[in-house]
Structure formats: structure tokens, C-alpha cells
Design a protein around this ligand. Sequence first.
Ligand code: ATP
Ligand code: MG
Length: 580
Amino acid sequence: MSHDTNKTADHAAPSNFLRGIIDADTQSGKYAARTDDKGQPLPVVITRFPPEPNGYLHIGHAKSICLNFGLARDYDGRCHLRFDDTNPAKEDQEYVDTIIDSVQWLGFNWQHNGQTHLHYASDYFDQLYAMAQWLIGAGYAYVDSQSAEQMAANRGNFSEPGTDSPFRARPAAESLDLLGRMKAGEFKDGEHILRAKIDMASPNMNMRDPAIYRIRHAHHHRTGDAWCIYPMYDYTHPISDALENITHSLCTLEFQDHRPFYDWILERLTEGGFFKQPLPQQYEFARLNLTYAITSKRKLLQLVEENIVDGWDDPRMPTIVGIRRRGFTPESIQLFAERIGVAKSDSWIDMSTLEGALRDDLDAKAPRTVAVLKPLKLMIDNFPLNESVACSAPVHPHHPERGVREFMISRELWIEEEDFMEEPGKGYFRLYPGNKVRLRYGYVIECTGCDKDASGKVIAVHCNYFADSKSGTEGSANYKVKGNIHWVSAAHAIEAEVRIYERLFSDPQPDAGGKDFKQGLNPHSKSVVKAYLEAGAENAQPDQKFQFERHGYFVADRIDSKAGTPVFNRIVTLKDSSGK
Ligand code: ATP
Ligand code: MG
């Protein structure tokens, strides 16, 4: 079997109910006749990814990004990147920049037919305000002047209907005047609020006169101090979608109960002549829950602030900057997103699915090299002093066209500590006194003994080699050995720091059921070793990925690795050992 085939072909087509919906809309021609302001036909699929710039994106967002941008790509449509920046206190340009960078790194862009579709909800503040004024005039909104406590008390609960605000019947002119004065900065935060006038007895709490605008004297990272009232997310979102001609507005399941208000707002504003049918439609899909990870911005922030990890881009973090630094490729994330599909009910996806996608991507791409991570000296006592012999190995075992790499063998080598046992256990085929093994791509050797320090620790292993056993020569066929170990020549190897990462959590569901997620941390999630690498590794470019034979996939750290002093991160081992 070839290891290079695109593994998606091996899997059944991932299930994605949204494709069914889009196919039906395409067939019925629902969005076919639309044109933009210039009379140009609009694509029949326009999606958007709407992050709030209040934190770093994580693997859950990656699912939404791959979904939205992927559907747009597959249906010849477009996907907008829209910053949902209506909450000035928590938002920052730093987050805008990292989000743009992360989406681009994942392999997507927001250009379409020469136009750029990078949008900010804050660009619509004037329109959102004008629409709010219209809603008041039409009797669909009012300024409420109850205190926050009164408002909460009058909202009712799941079993009790709410109570109308005493300000609900306030004349439109009075509400309009108050809204103007709210905007002009005459009031303090919380003194008044603009609410939609829907139904205080609705079984859906989101329809009990939801807030539309609140007063917030806060500096906005884009509009500065121009505004001191800010529109609510549930009001801004449908309007931004409609202004951008979005067709399918995809969000996670917790927004299902918000959909009636989404539709209500757009229908009212269509009455007002602001929008035309067909309107954008909201669809909900299951958020990604990944085992051995957490995807709550608040909890991720806690890991950073309490120095449990070394920053947002710590290679153990499930942030996009973290998994990028860990060595995951954009292709592996896209492959992962395809494999998990999109469902309508929440479930857990196993971390091994993400790791498997990485292995499948890198197996085909990563050049092979050798690294000894826990070095033990091996002395070939009958090897000529001060001599070295060139050995060679394929850059990639399934791609002979990628050529061979050459490295030297000499009298002193580094091997892995675990490849020698003075008293072997049953089934141990590697080095022990009297046993023969092959030095991968080199010679067959026979172990003759070992040296120990005062504490009894083995500090060097001794052997003799068979000069006619070299791999690739005729004589090599005469030697049949069971063990095959890797090595590097001590005189030629490159010393390097290698960071061995494991999963950040040992609890598969660290924050399920309100658990304290810090109890589930894996105390061994990071260890740093001094390793010896095959010569050439010193030239690794930051971000360059390798398979260290027998060990797994590794990447030259994109921040700390420098020419001459490489630093590597272990991305993942060669095989999934989580089930063991
Ligand atoms: P917040 O609590 O700050 O709102 P959020 O995770 O919802 O956090 P947003 O920036 O609002 O962050 O998310 C942007 C988009 O990513 C939304 O459409 C949201 O539905 C989607 N998203 C967020 N988390 C996940 C997840 N775990 N799986 C799939 N999609 C997600
Ligand atoms: Mg959100």
C-alpha cells in the first residue's frame, strides 16, 4: 500500500448536513437572482467567519473556519472574515492581528473576484443606529429606563412569564429623543437601554424584549471615542449578515434559541425597506469538543496568566498559534476538519483523530533523519581509530526521487539508552552482551559488554563490528539479525535541544461537568532533552518538519530554533499509543 495516497479517500465521505441544505437551495434557485449594488450577480453561497477579537483562536474555531471557508470554496462562493467587535471593553487590535494571521495560516483568504471581504461590525455602527431609530418609529423598540435589577426581576424565568416594563408604552418620540441623548453621552452606563418590543411572555427568553443598544463609555479599538452606546451581538449579527449578503449564517448550537430573534429583526427591517428577500438564514452545528483539551477562551487565558503554559503559543496549547508552533500543518487541520464532519448534536472527538491527520499528512512529506534522544555511548572496539566511513539512507523511503542523505559512521557512536539491556527481558532483540544487531544503514555489530559508573549505571556499551556486513553491500545478506537500532556518530552528530511534548491534560475531559480542569493537567506534558542529531540538522529552517526515525515527527521551533543551534519540538509520536 502506498503511504502517500490522500487518506481522505479511504474514509467514507464525511457527513455534513449543511451541504444538503446548500444543495437544496442551489436547486431551488433560492439565492440565484441576487445582484450587488453595481448590478453584478452575487454568488449563491456566501458564508462568514465572525470572531470576536477578544482572544486567540483555538482548534474549535478552526473547525468553524474550515467549514465556512471550505463551503464557500467548494460551492464557488465566498467567505467573509468579519470581526464582531461590538464589545469594546474586552477587544483589542492584538487579537485582530493574530486572528487574521491564524485564518491565513490555515490556508484561507477573503478575496473574491478582486474584492476583499474583511469586515468589521463596527463599520456598520451608523447603519445599525439608523435601523434602531426606524424600529423605534415603527413601534418595534423602546428605551427602557428600569435599573438592571428591575429588568432582571421582570424578565421572568423558564416557568414564569416576564412582566412588561413600565416604560414599554413610552411614546416613540420620547424613546427617539432618549436614544439620541444616550448617543450624545448624557447618561451613565446602565441608565437606559434600548430594547426590542416583542413579547415578555414568550416561552423563548431571548424574545422577551431583548436589548438592542446599551450605554458603555468605553474606548473602542477602531472607532475610538466616537460612540458611547454599542449594539448588542444578537442585534448586530443578523444585520451584518444581511448587509454583506450572507446566505448561510453558520453558528454553534447554543445559538439555536437566538434564531427566532435573528429572523424577527431581519423581517422587521425588511418591512422597513432596509433589506430584500431572500434573507440570510442561520443554521446551527455542533461545536468541537476535543478530548485532552479545553476550548474555552476564559480557561485558556487562565493557563497563560497562571504560567501553567509558556504563553498563548505554547506548543501544548490548543490555540491555533500553539498547534502551529507544535508543528501541525494547515493541511492536517483541514484534513481533520473534513474527517470529523459536521453534525447537529454535540459529541466528543478524540485527540487521536487530530494526531492521525497530522501523521497522514507528514508521513508523505517529512524527510527522514536520525536523532538520539536519550544518548548512551557505543564503542566499536575493532573499528579503525580516527577513521570514518560514509553510509547513506533515503530522504524518504517511498520517494526515491527525493534522493539519499549521507552520514558518517566511526568508532564512537550515540545510541538510545533503551536499545541496550545488560540482562535482556524476554523478546528483547536489541543490544545485550553476546547479541548481534544491525546499526541501521550501517554494519552488523556484536555486543561484548558495558562500562558502569560507581553507582552501577551503564555509561558505555562495547561491541565489535563485521566489516563485510555494511548495508547495501553484497556481504550484508549473510547476516540475519532480529534487531535494528539507530545511531549517530559521536564525532559528527549535532547537539540540540529537543522538547518532548505530550498532551497537556491526562484527563480526557478536563473540564466536563464543571470539574476543575487544573486537576486534570498532565505533569509530564513537557520535558527537555539534549539530543544528538544526524549532521545536517543544524541547517533546519524554523518550522521545517522531519520524521526522526523510530521516534515520531518533529519540527524546528519557529521561534527559538536558529541556524547552528537548532531547537526541535516533538509534534507527535509515530504511532498512537493512547489506547495502551
Ligand atoms: P466567546 O465566549 O468569547 O464568544 P467563542 O468561542 O464563541 O467565545 P467567537 O470569537 O465568538 O468565540 O467565535 C467565532 C466563531 O467560532 C463563532 O461562530 C463560534 O460559533 C465558532 N466557534 C467557537 N468555538 C467553537 C467550537 N468549539 N467549535 C466550533 N465552532 C466554534
Ligand atoms: Mg461567541
